[in-house]
Design a protein around this ligand. Structure first.
Ligand SMILES: [Zn+2]
Length: 185
């Protein structure tokens, strides 16, 4: 089932998500629905707050960022109760976008390497390290479950310039071809 994606301005995007247990009601279906929703919206990651659930869960599929012959560079994974324990390496810029903030893309600087602990969809615990584009998607989605957005990483001047556009997005004045829930409509 395709779920509506919550747009910028909704307070749920600013909440820190709650940890969940493997008994969380409808978890399997929720994960499946999130993948379906993400693919439909042509995203490479989706966090639960974006579909109106304030819990520590996000999914990624960074294989979608690679060409056919290098697909194994990417990762398709579910992250439950994630904790980033370390970010290292050089800051590097990458043009990020967000399904909750359509039509805005900006260069964001983040560290190259990330260490993360999480549970997968079978509630198996993992401690893993990622780099490059996969690390980037993880960092972006992890931000969502702690109430942060990629625009928070921009310089104040840049963020100021986006104010009008962001306000329009929250009112639904934006061209988007997937289902959304706008807070100011
Ligand atoms: Zn996002």
């Amino acid at each position: 089932m395709i779920l509506p994606i919550v747009a910028y301005g909704d307070p749920i995007l600013r909440k820190v998500g709650a940890e969940i247990t493997k008994d969380y009601p409808g978890l399997e279906k929720l994960i499946d629905d999130m993948y379906e929703t993400m693919v439909k919206a042509k995203g490479v990651g989706l966090a639960a707050p974006q579909i109106n659930k304030s819990i520590k869960l996000f999914i990624i599929d960074s294989t979608r960022m690679y060409d056919e012959e290098e697909k194994n560079e990417g990762l398709k994974e579910v992250f439950i109760n994630p904790v980033i324990t370390k970010e290292t390496g050089d800051d590097w810029p990458y043009e990020e976008g967000c399904l909750s903030i359509p039509s805005i893309r900006e260069d964001v600087y983040r560290k190259d390497k990330v260490k993360i602990e999480y549970y997968d969809r079978a509630f198996k615990h993992h401690k893993r390290e990622f780099t490059g584009l996969t690390a980037r998607v993880i960092q972006h989605e992890y931000d969502h479950v702690i109430g942060k957005l990629f625009i928070d990483h921009l310089k104040p001047l840049k963020k100021n310039l986006l104010k009008g556009k962001l306000d329009k997005i929250s009112k639904g004045i934006v061209d988007v071809d997937y289902k959304m829930k706008f807070p100011k409509v």
